[in-house]
Write a protein of this length. Sequence first.
Length: 145
Amino acid sequence: MNDERSFLPVPLQDLIDLFHGPLEAVSFPDVDTGALARLVAEVESAHEAVLAAEAALAAARKERETRLEVLTQKAQRALAYAKVFAEDDADLSAKLATIRLPTGGRTPSPLGALDVLPAAPRKRGRPRKVEVEPLHLPELAPAGA
């Protein structure tokens, strides 16, 4: 009988089993086999409602993660387009440079990327030309000299 009521704690299962066995014919004020059986049925019904709610919650979480992944991919694309668009606007470029979207199929946590520090704004314009000095190699003496 315990297998049928695995949703009950073991001590309750043991007591219910006694009321379905040696104590089946015993009746106390407002406590007998029938009263306990009705309460077990109510607990079982509530347990089934919890299982259904947990399954619905798991499905809703999976759906949210799927939709969040789609949104993240679109947002990455939008950010790339916005950065190109804002090349001539230093203020907008600086704001866009602080946005760090997750990459690699990872969805953001509900709290956002709190562990990522914003990078310094990217410098605008062409990089400075660096003078490269020619490389002077010592001349090697011929091997037979």
